[in-house]
Design a protein around this ligand. Structure first.
Ligand code: FES
Length: 173
């Protein structure tokens, strides 16, 4: 009788252990399925080293498939905009999504005219990316970003960006 009981205990313990290990492995497999793939996670963020952009330089980066215009304005005669520009110490940048707020074409930057012009319907924006002419209903949108040291990570939101977006209530990014 005692042998029968200890055999039952042993079998119960063995089945319980196998079930527990199986459960842990199944949870691990489910988590791996639910987690975004590394390529998807990386696609959500774009890092830009602002210290590499020279005064007066205009660069385009890509974040989540959208063009991001970064324009460094300090030490130039381009109009600065306290409620639109991003500061990095003494450096002054315009950072906006390069999609026209009318129907989404990509405007071009014309340094000689100091404006963005959208070829689709003639919309214009000044050096603060504020709409000044034509059908665009609002300024170019400011994307979410976080600045750490000289690096700007597009896709995260830091305190400076939060404050800027609060000053631009029509912003849709
Ligand atoms: S899409 Fe730019 S003006 Fe229409």
């Amino acid at each position: 009788m005692a042998i029968e009981k200890s055999r039952r205990d042993f079998l119960g313990l063995a089945f319980g252990s196998v079930a527990a290990v199986g459960g842990v492995l199944a949870l691990g497999a489910m988590k791996a399925t639910w987690d975004p793939m590394p390529s998807v996670m990386a696609a959500g963020f774009t890092t830009v080293d602002l210290s590499k952009i020279k005064p007066g330089e205009f660069k385009t980066f890509v974040w989540r498939g959208k063009p991001i215009f970064v324009f460094r304005k300090d030490h130039t005669d381009f109009k600065k905009c306290d409620n639109r520009d991003t500061k990095l110490g003494e450096k002054d940048f315009l950072v906006v999504i390069g999609l026209c707020t009318h129907l989404g074409c990509i405007p071009d930057w014309f340094p000689d005219k100091k404006k963005f012009i959208c070829a689709c319907h003639g919309g214009e924006y000044d050096a603060c990316a504020i709409n000044t002419f034509g059908p665009p209903p609002r300024p170019l949108d400011i994307p979410p970003y976080k600045i750490t040291g000289t690096k700007m990570v597009l896709g995260e939101q830091g305190p400076q960006n939060k404050a800027l977006i609060a000053k631009n209530p029509t912003n849709k990014a």
